[in-house]
Design a protein around this ligand. Structure first.
Ligand code: FAD
Length: 525
């Protein structure tokens, strides 16, 4: 038996990819070296466009009881961003632990019929012309399987990436030590008005935001459940060889506050309680996202500072970009080059995130020269255009895929279309009533829908929610659907089986976009 797709790694990105493949009709096999859920505490939430995307798949409602909303305030390099001042704020935010995200995605994958083999680690691979030989270490010993495609979703230390010989260039910063723990602080140090940390002789450190001093970075997070997480980053204060303790966190906090002591106590209540020290930090981007039949997704393709939590926004959108393209390739209808657009579209998105996280690391660094740079950057941030630019960067909503079209919406994230996007199928949104028959030969893979939406009267929307084509807004006024032939915007007289559709505005351009993204139409029997 040859598996269509084997995914190495059941972290959030491997699971998301599995769900997307299954929605598109390809059930992958997922290998996971862990034998149970991870007990590592990573993400506390997600930020950016991915929240809208998860909502479009009906997954957001499993993570949060309230509808997705943009954050009134967020942060960039320890600068508070007054996002409520933006009319079109793209910085959606949800606070939800990574474990819950993984549970939700695993549950969805199971509903969609995906098999996950826990306790099975990928240990080797060899590519042949038409398949990949995958070596696995399982609970009963090593074995080999075959797959048409293998996806490495096995995290920053990706075995898949290493075995495929894909380089991972970048930088390692070894001056930083990040210390994080659940703590208690005396009531007199808690600011009743802001919820922040009141430091005598210094001021109030606002809650849930990074706060920089010339000696390091503090993040104070008093969660509504009563638990308080404190994170302190230092420079040139190396970690001792001994295990991390609360006393070490206390010492680091005092150092970053320039000698002022805030007494820290151990956390109250039931655990698990976090006590974590991370040394150094990597910012790296895979030199290729694909090598033949092997692809990389998520942290396997990029690692960077967790500052501002951009990881899942990036990785889950990689997974959704790749899912439908890989499924189309496996199912045989993918046009030439479709799978390669995964790298041409998503690697630049990875470059943006590695760029801005590295820039943020620099901007929170120690020393008076960084303080001077921050003064200037802070002045720039007061410009609404700069704030908007940074907000789009954080949200990942500034990503435009290359399409060759001049239409402003094409290559960009589509407007919300309601429940029709849950299926993950390509959509022709046709509010003209004239173009549905143009897409009819693709009906096995493209659904035609009419949804009231701001923007062009017709749009072709890919499964990852990006617009592949739109009826030019400068088009001549559309006739009523029953008004017969209309001015042609490029249709050739013999362009379609249906003469009416062939003459509809944009028909020829739509046909060409359908072919470009969704292949040749199915043969009519
Ligand atoms: C401290 C910290 C805080 C973070 N905070 C945030 C945040 O607030 N918001 C945010 O968006 N992101 C955050 N991130 C980033 C986020 O956690 C990662 O981007 C995310 O986990 C990447 O998911 P992944 O599926 O690509 O990889 P991983 O989560 O690393 O999953 C990889 C999986 O592959 C498995 N695996 C590895 N090797 C093999 C093998 N050989 N065979 C089979 N299975 C294998 C692993 O066991 C693991 O389950 C944070 C990261 C850290 C470290």
């Amino acid at each position: 038996m040859i598996f269509d797709v084997v995914i190495s790694g059941a972290g959030p990105n491997g699971l998301m990819l599995a769900c997307e493949l299954a929605l598109a009709g390809v059930k992958p096999l997922v290998l996971e070296q862990r034998t149970g859920p991870s007990d590592e505490q990573r993400a506390n939430g997600m930020v950016g466009q991915v929240i809208r995307l998860l909502d479009r798949r009906g997954l957001y409602e499993r993570l949060s009881p309230s509808a997705p909303v943009p954050a009134a305030q967020f942060m960039f390099a320890a600068f508070p961003l007054p996002l409520q001042s933006l009319s079109d704020n793209p910085v959606y935010l949800v606070m939800v632990p990574q474990r819950k995200i993984e549970e939700t995605l695993a549950e969805r994958a199971a509903e969609l019929g995906v098999t996950i083999r826990l306790g099975h680690a990928l240990s080797g691979l060899a590519q042949k012309d038409d398949r990949v030989l995958v070596d696995v270490d399982g609970p009963d010993g090593p074995y080999r399987i075959e797959a048409r495609y293998l996806v490495g979703a096995d995290g920053g230390r990706s075995v898949t990436r290493k075995l495929a010989g894909i380089g991972f260039p970048g930088v390692t910063t070894d001056r930083t030590v990040s210390r994080t723990a659940h703590v208690t602080v005396p009531a007199s140090y808690r600011d009743a008005v802001t919820g922040g940390l009141r430091v005598p002789g210094y001021g109030v450190i606002p809650p849930f935001l990074h706060h920089r001093t010339e000696f390091g970075l503090i993040a104070y997070a008093p969660f509504p459940d009563g638990r308080t997480l404190l994170s302190v980053n230092t420079y040139d204060m190396p970690a001792p060889a001994s295990d991390f303790t609360l006393a070490e966190l206390q010492e680091a906090l005092t150092h970053v506050l320039g000698g002022i002591e805030v007494p820290l106590g151990p956390p109250d209540g039931d655990g698990p309680h976090l006590l974590r020290r991370l040394e150094a930090g990597n910012t790296r981007l895979a030199e290729r996202y694909r090598d033949g039949r092997v692809l990389l997704v998520g942290d396997a393709a990029h690692v960077h500072s967790a500052m501002g939590g951009p990881g899942l926004n990036l990785g889950l959108q990689d997974a959704v970009n790749l899912g439908w393209k890989l499924a189309a390739t496996v199912r045989g209808w993918a046009p030439d080059g479709l799978l390669d657009t995964y790298e041409t579209e998503r690697r630049p998105a990875g470059e943006r995130v590695t760029m801005h996280t590295l820039a943020q690391r620099t901007l929170v660094g120690p020393g008076p020269e960084v303080t001077a740079l921050r003064t200037l950057f802070g002045e720039l941030l007061r410009e609404p255009a700069v704030l908007r630019h940074i907000a789009a960067l954080i949200a990942g909503s500034d990503i435009t895929y290359p399409t060759g079209s001049d239409e402003p919406v094409v290559g960009r994230f589509a407007p919300d279309l309601g429940p029709v996007t849950r299926s993950g199928r390509p959509l022709l949104v046709d509010n003209t009533g004239l173009l549905g028959s143009v897409a009819a030969p693709w009906r096995d893979r493209v659904d035609v829908v009419s949804v009231p939406v701001e923007g062009p009267a017709a749009m072709l929307v890919r499964p990852d929610s990006y617009v592949a084509w739109a009826l030019p807004t400068a088009a001549a006024p559309l006739p009523a659907p029953d008004a017969g032939a209309s001015p042609d915007l490029g249709a050739s007289p013999d362009a379609g089986a249906d003469a009416g559709a062939g003459a509809a505005p944009g028909a020829e351009a739509l046909r060409s976009a359908l072919t470009r993204w969704f292949g040749e139409p199915a043969a009519v029997s």
